[in-house]
Write a protein of this length. Structure first.
Lengths: 154, 154
DNA sequence: ATTCATGTAACTCCATATGTTGCATGATAT
DNA sequence: ATATCATGCAACATATGGAGTTACATGAAT
């Protein structure tokens, strides 16, 4: 997986899970994502603790969605994975002694805070159901699909 | 210097340069930023090529601003250092074969593009002159300063 | 009991940013 | 002229963090 792609990766996993009616194993998800099962468990553990997904051990075990897709927004998932830093640019130091630095921080903070507010609000307007619908539409436009045919080659 | 702090660092350097009426050496700037002179030269080379600053060799050499502070915005500097990635979250892959991934990318792209537009527009409204004025105001509020006294301990 | 699946800690691997060294180039001072 | 000062730049070293991997424990279904 690329760098800084946890949110993207988790969304990918969740949508694939939504497409199944039985639990999906970490191994199966890992194959889809071209990564390691442990990585899947790692990025899903937060979402499990927050009640978005369930995991079960043993035969027939694996991961299942714990909520309706319509009740989960991108914002929920973003928070669920621990609200990682949104921006790649930031401060040199948090509490600078240098007054120049204080002025720079204040200016950047202002702009970044504004953008962050907008971005998170935007995340709140997108549900996983909407993403799934978009997915199905793209699929239909692309090619007819047979029941049981895999929808992911990545 | 911290990670992802080029913009912040460059702004810091520029404001300190603005405070001097003679060229400032990379070494002096490096001391202020607690880093290495070569790092300073590295992050300044782009700005020099774009005409925001000048560098001169030899005795009395160093860095000088090539434009009025009022004519430089945060956006200019951001572009000047090469328009680095703004966001810490992104795609798993650019041209995914998986339709699920395409839908995820499209959704994230929409939100991110929106936020990026706002952020860059915000950067355009802030001039270095405004930053410098803010710096002087903070300085005055803090403590009287003697002529020649250093204004930076970072 | 065996098999399957997750939970988790500890480790390796790797990409990237930063820091450092060394030397070439050019400008100024004496 | 020559010594000194400063940037320009390439090459290398180091540090950091994310991703991947291994190993083993736990618990559920057959």
């Amino acid at each position: 997986m690329n760098r800084d792609s946890r949110l993207s990766g988790v969304l990918h996993v969740l949508l694939h899970m939504a497409d199944q009616n039985s639990p999906v194993t970490s191994e199966a998800l890992a194959r889809m994502m071209r990564t390691n099962p442990v990585v899947i468990r790692r990025i899903m553990s937060g979402l499990r603790d927050q009640g978005y997904v369930r995991s079960e051990k043993g035969h027939g075990g694996g991961w299942t969605l714990a909520r309706d897709l319509a009740d989960i927004t991108l914002r929920d998932i973003y928070d669920g994975i621990g609200s990682p830093a949104l921006f790649a640019i930031g401060h040199r130091s948090e509490a600078p002694g240098c007054v120049v630095e204080q002025a720079v921080n204040a200016a950047l903070d202002g702009s970044l805070r504004e953008a962050q507010t907008l971005l998170l609000a935007s995340f709140e307007t997108v549900t996983l159901a909407a993403l799934s619908a978009d997915f199905r539409e793209r699929l239909a436009r692309r090619a007819p699909i047979q029941p049981g045919e895999p929808t992911c080659v990545d």
